[in-house]
Design a protein around this ligand. Structure first.
Ligand code: FES
Length: 117
């Protein structure tokens, strides 16, 4: 199955290992969007990693909003590794939503800062 080619998959052992600091850092440095995908709630192989990821999602969104970054550039989803069609649907929709938001303005600002040096 194919998914949008501008999506880069970064594997982690569990969605509970998605570091909020890295999410905020990446978006603060111009990444257009981040979608974290974990196992279905209640089905984490590490018992409660996805529950922790879910709890962190809202906190990350608040930090992003406070930093002037559209919080819709980050979200979590939960699905089984057997749901490949659902994976394609979720990431395709997310990429579409990010395209609708446009490029991350902080990337343009970073580029302008570099040119100004
Ligand atoms: S192993 Fe924890 S979310 Fe999948």
């Amino acid at each position: 199955m194919q998914y949008p080619p501008n999506l880069r998959v970064i594997r982690v052992a569990c969605s509970g290992m998605i570091d909020p600091e890295i999410v905020v850092y990446a978006l603060s440095n111009g990444i257009d969007g981040i979608i974290g995908i974990g196992c279905r709630l209640g089905e984490c192989h590490y018992l409660e990693g996805n529950e922790k990821a879910k709890a962190r999602e809202q906190a990350i969104r608040i930090v992003l909003a406070n930093g002037g970054i559209d919080p819709d550039r980050f979200r979590m989803e939960y699905l089984s590794s057997a749901e490949s069609a659902r994976f394609v649907e979720v990431v395709t929709n997310f990429v579409g939503e990010i395209k609708a938001l446009g490029p991350n303005p902080l990337r343009q600002q970073k580029a302008a800062d570099i040119v100004a040096r």
